[in-house]
Every structure is written in structure tokens, then in C-alpha cells.
Design a protein around this ligand. Structure first.
Ligand SMILES: [Zn+2]
Ligand SMILES: [Zn+2]
Length: 265
């Protein structure tokens, strides 16, 4: 909650305030000019950002490490069919994208929002706008974590997508029930198993219908967003797709996963 939900007037006030407090210089390289509209990231740093482009696994969106032709599914998706219909991301999680995501999420540097939101919307909206979606669910934080952090990054990024698609964002369908799941030494399958119990229907959840979108900031193995998708399917959703701002790839060096799907992240 907090800043992100407080309306345009507050945002404008905040932007004015930030531009007074912070010099109009890129927050990453500290060399080139960059203002609040650009999320304080300059043109050269933006051009170092890599978008996720096809070909990729038609299920989980993973770009292949070698040559493939046409539609394909990666080895993981062939072996363990994930509960979501598809997962897509706008950007490859490396370089400035990782840096910004980390500062946005763990240090509350919310002025980076446009840097993440703009490429996210420009990839997700065209891909989603021709279908009829019932609603959007941001991956929930554990309530204790959300109270500490004072915002949920998935909510901040999901809200403008819901608005662009003209659908509701629902934060009271799924809740995170396990605050401390240590994933560090677990295999991919064990992580998925571990995550399965980390999300439950929210106490005030109702039965749902139709097609749903789950939004997260980073997609690593899909264990987290897959677990949220599973709850929505249990509640009655017909299908669930996942959209993330950034995605771990083989080429980008598969992530410091612990940093990204850490306890209650
Ligand atoms: Zn820069
Ligand atoms: Zn896959």
C-alpha cells in the first residue's frame, strides 16, 4: 500500500519533491541526466536493458540456450507441467534490470517504478489486450513482510496493467501463509513442493470463474507464481497466465535465486 495507492495528486507531489531532493542524474551510472519521468535511469543505461524476444518456451517463456525452431517447450516444462497456461516476462533479469529490481524491492527506491513499469506495460498490454480477462492477482507477500516493507512490489507493478486492461486487481483471493521457507539448498522440484503450501485461498476468497493473470516482479523457476496460479485454479479459474517484469535466463546466468525467492519475498 502506501505511496503507490495514494492517487495522482500524491504522485505528482512526490515527483515534484523527488526532483527537488534528488539531482536529475541517472541513479545507476551517475553520469548522464535522467529525471523522474524516466525513473532516474538515463538513455544509455536503458539501452543496456535486454527484452525477452522469441523464440522461447511456449509454456514458461524461457529463451533457449541453443538453436530451436518454431514452437517448443523447454525440458523442465515437458517433465513437470506447470499449473499456469503460460508465463511471460518483459525483460531479461540481468545487469541494470537486476540492480534496479533489487533497489526497488529491498531498499524501497520506488522512484525506479517507471523504468520497470514502461517496458512491462509495452510488452504485456499488446500480448493480453485481445483476450477477455476476469482479473489480475499480484503475488502476495506474507502480511508480516508487507508490513515491514510497506508495499508489495507485485501490486505496484500489477496495478497499472490492470488499469490498462480495464480489469480489477484482486488482492483478497490468495494469501501467503508461510513467512519462512528456506529455499537455498533445495532442488527445483523441492522448491515447487515447498511453495505449494506457501499460498492458500484468502479467508475472504470467493469462488471465481474465467481467465486470470498473475503478476510478479521476477520469474525464476516459476515455483512462486505457479503456486499462486494453483490456488486460483482451485478457486475456479479456467486458466491462469503469469506476467513478470523480468525473467531469469540461462544466458543471463540463472539467478542468485535465493535473492529472488527468499523467505516471503
Ligand atoms: Zn545511466
Ligand atoms: Zn518452459
Amino acid at each position: 500500500m502506501g505511496i503507490a495507492s495514494a492517487g495522482t495528486w500524491l504522485r505528482q507531489g512526490l515527483e515534484g519533491f523527488l526532483s527537488l531532493v534528488y539531482p536529475e542524474v541517472c541513479a545507476l551510472c551517475r553520469e548522464h541526466p535522467a529525471g523522474v519521468q524516466e525513473g532516474f535511469v538515463c538513455g544509455p543505461c536503458r539501452s543496456a536493458v535486454q527484452r525477452v524476444l522469441p523464440p522461447f518456451c511456449e509454456r514458461c517463456g524461457l529463451p533457449p540456450s541453443g538453436e530451436v525452431s518454431g514452437r517448443h517447450a523447454c525440458a523442465h516444462c515437458r517433465d513437470f507441467r506447470p499449473p499456469f497456461e503460460s508465463a511471460r516476462a518483459a525483460l531479461i533479469a540481468k545487469g541494470p534490470v537486476l540492480d534496479v529490481l533489487h533497489r526497488f524491492k529491498y531498499r524501497g527506491e520506488l522512484w525506479f517504478e517507471p523504468f520497470l513499469r514502461d517496458p512491462f506495460l509495452s510488452a504485456a498490454v499488446p500480448a493480453l489486450c485481445s483476450d477477455a480477462w476476469t482479473g489480475l492477482v499480484p503475488v502476495p507477500l506474507h502480511p508480516v513482510k508487507e508490513r515491514e516493507r510497506e508495499f508489495n512490489q507485485a501490486e505496484i507493478l500489477g496495478r497499472p496493467l490492470a488499469r490498462a486492461l480495464g480489469i480489477p486487481m484482486e488482492c483478497r483471493l490468495v494469501r501467503r501463509t508461510l513467512p519462512t521457507v528456506t529455499q537455498t539448498r533445495l532442488s527445483r522440484e523441492e522448491r515447487a513442493e515447498n511453495m505449494r503450501d506457501a499460498f492458500q485461498p484468502h479467508p475472504s476468497a470467493r469462488r471465481i470463474q474465467g481467465d486470470w493473470i498473475v503478476v510478479d516482479d521476477v520469474f525464476t523457476t516459476g515455483a512462486t507464481s505457479g503456486a499462486v496460479a494453483r490456488v486460483l485454479l482451485e478457486l475456479g479459474a479456467r486458466k491462469v497466465v503469469v506476467w513478470s517484469v523480468a525473467r531469469a535466463t540461462l544466458e543471463g546466468g540463472l539467478l542468485p535465486e535465493d535473492a529472488w525467492e527468499s523467505p516471503g519475498s
